[in-house]
Design a binder for this molecule. Sequence first.
Ligand SMILES: Cc1cc2nc3c(=O)[nH]c(=O)nc-3n(C[C@H](O)[C@H](O)[C@H](O)COP(=O)(O)O)c2cc1C
Length: 326
Amino acid sequence: MDALAVSPLAPHSARTLPFTAPALLAPMEGVTEPCFRDLVLSRNGPEHLGGTFTEFVRVHATAVPRSIVRRHLGPGRFPQPVGVQLMGNDLERLAQTARNAVAAGAPLVDLNFGCPAKGAIAGCAGSALLRDPSAVERVVRAVSGAVSVPVTAKIRAGYDDASRVEELARAAEQGGAAMLTIHCRTRAEAYCPEVDWTRIARAVSAVSIPVCGNGGVERPGDFERLRRETGAALAMVGRGALADPWIFSGRAVSRGEAARFLVEYADLMRERNQWPGGGVAARVKQLLRYWTAGGLVESEEHRLEWLREKDGEALLARLRTLAALP
Ligand SMILES: Cc1cc2nc3c(=O)[nH]c(=O)nc-3n(C[C@H](O)[C@H](O)[C@H](O)COP(=O)(O)O)c2cc1C
């Protein structure tokens, strides 16, 4: 809970960060839709998991209406805040979408400056903006001036290299960001296995707003280690939470409990009609690609066996059998 007491939050008192603990679940497109998020929130109390975000909401030709933002927020209600993440570069449409997000109930708005996808770059959004720190500043300023909730920025350490990480961090701060999340890989490094946390420490030294470090958190102890080694006030996990959704509480779960998560996930997606057609099993498989919790995936060979199952109903039936175990 100590992240809430970090003194740099004081000047932003009207925009106090609402996180309940210093460990956050990263926004992940195609993964952190409301069903997955709600299950992770239900398994990790507010003392362990401090908050999370929607997948990025792309702001393109027009501002995104409140009804669509509400769909991204979903029906779940937990003590932890769910921020709405926006990605785009048009200042007025981003500002209007942020207002719509607040009207839809968003307790904070996060801005994406990290997406490395070709579409984002071609549209000069996401990580494309890292080539010009003044563009980062302009976007943050436009959005933070439009709403009264905290506006946070999520950047990568740079576009081609990390030489301008301090400049990028300061640009977000100057624009009025209440927190800076830094994914320590550059756009060029995409999702490489190696991480260099000294880049997070450099961002921490450059600004006085709270920094959330991200990249390479894989085990429960990594949240604390990242904060200790970099001075970041908060730490965020992405794929580590797909491998082990209990990573925040650090609880080791049984095979049955692990299978029950996946079965509940499939059932919830069906109930909410989230991925009609054959999409539900594909989403479960997407988690199995990373999954380590509960010994459900015994080896890489066993993982391939799960992933090669073409019949979605057969895959779910196997999981239901395992879910009956203690
Ligand atoms: C499948 C997937 C989707 C992602 N989608 C988003 C997104 O919508 N917004 C965002 O800011 N980052 C996105 N990211 C990046 C993550 O938030 C995070 O910064 C990155 O995975 C590094 O953290 P990790 O090493 O803990 O996975 C995505 C990552 C993955 C693997």
